[in-house]
Ligand binder design. Structure first.
Ligand SMILES: NC(=O)c1ccc[n+]([C@@H]2O[C@H](COP(=O)([O-])OP(=O)(O)OC[C@H]3O[C@@H](n4cnc5c(N)ncnc54)[C@H](O)[C@@H]3O)[C@@H](O)[C@H]2O)c1
Length: 285
């Protein structure tokens, strides 16, 4: 039921080998023409390789999304060949291992906060402005999907700047949805839980993958970390007409992680369940 044949969709931050690259592939498989944008040469190459199997009509551009003029010019050139832009997936964001270990009282916490706030909000806002202007001009509406994080819905000790920035992006998503709704533009956010992604080009806060897989078994009800395709599939749904009446929403795609009660202990049982016989019986079941 999802057929995007002939539609132009943009993936902003396309080449990391993770969620953005999976979104490119998912869109191309659904028939869309993809405009993939990434800042780095490595990102451009990686997105181009991923799209290679799906036809020669896609376009991969190396550009900084913060430069709205360049993005608008690339889009205008591409739209002239393929028709108006119908969708945008905003992927840029994240946190490095260095910035993760930043208690609020650390000496450099303000610099780190500043950097994370900027990186996780400004490219997405800039790309959204450039694409929304084009959508308003062509008058056919469209759909924008912002990748936020489950961290934007909870506290994040030692990574406050990342969580605060993602919370800000959730709020921006709502404001975009309200300001641009009259032009038929839907704007939604996906909040991924822990996603196993490639490590192309930069150090991440992923840590040891096996260790993270083990941890996921205890905190994720579905018992595994997510895959980039788990997020890309939901982005595809939100871009499509199946989601025609959804706007201003944030959808957690986290294997059920955020639904866990905060009072569960390491065994996954409520802390107030202290009867050893009962615990033993429940753990065995
Ligand atoms: N991986 C996870 O577990 C996880 C969990 C929750 C949320 N997220 C969020 O998902 C998103 C994608 O994560 P990922 O690890 O797949 O991404 P990634 O880092 O692999 O890819 C992002 C790409 O954006 C590009 N980029 C950065 N700044 C840019 C700019 N100004 N202009 C153009 N391109 C730019 C980078 O070169 C990179 O290729 C991020 O926003 C992240 O915060 C990830």
């Amino acid at each position: 039921m999802i057929d995007l044949t002939g539609q132009l969709h943009v993936v902003a931050g396309a080449g990391g080998g993770g969620i953005g690259t999976a979104a490119c592939v998912m869109l191309a498989r659904a028939g869309a023409t993809v405009l993939a944008i990434d800042k780095t040469d490595l990102g451009r190459t990686s997105a181009a390789e991923a799209l290679d199997d799906y036809g020669a009509h896609h376009h991969v551009v190396q550009a900084d999304l913060v430069d709205e003029g360049t993005v608008a010019a690339v889009l205008a050139e591409m739209s002239a060949q393929t028709g108006p832009v119908r969708g945008l997936v905003n992927v840029v964001g994240g946190i490095t291992s260095h910035d993760l270990i930043a208690p609020l009282l650390a000496i450099d916490a303000m610099d780190i906060f500043d950097r994370l706030m900027r990186f996780n909000t400004v490219p997405t806002l800039a790309a959204s402005r450039a694409i929304a202007r084009a959508m308003v001009a062509h008058g056919q509406g469209g759909s924008i999907v912002n990748i936020v994080s489950a961290a934007g819905l909870t506290a994040m000790p030692y990574g406050a700047g990342y969580a605060a920035a993602k919370a800000a992006l959730i709020n921006l998503t709502r404001t975009m949805a309200v300001e641009w709704g009259g032009a038929g533009i839907r704007v939604n956010a996906i909040a991924p839980g822990s996603i196993a992604t490639a490590k192309i080009g930069r150090q991440r806060f992923d840590g040891d993958a096996d260790e993270k897989d083990r941890a996921a078994k205890t905190v994720v009800p579905l018992g595994r970390r997510g895959l980039p395709g788990d997020i890309a599939g939901v982005a595809l749904f939100l871009l499509s007409d199946l989601a025609a009446y959804i706007s201003g929403q944030v959808l957690a795609v986290d294997g059920g992680m955020l639904a866990r009660p905060p009072y569960n202990d390491v065994d996954g049982l409520p802390v107030f369940m202290t009867d050893p016989a009962l615990r033993e019986r429940l753990l065995r079941s």
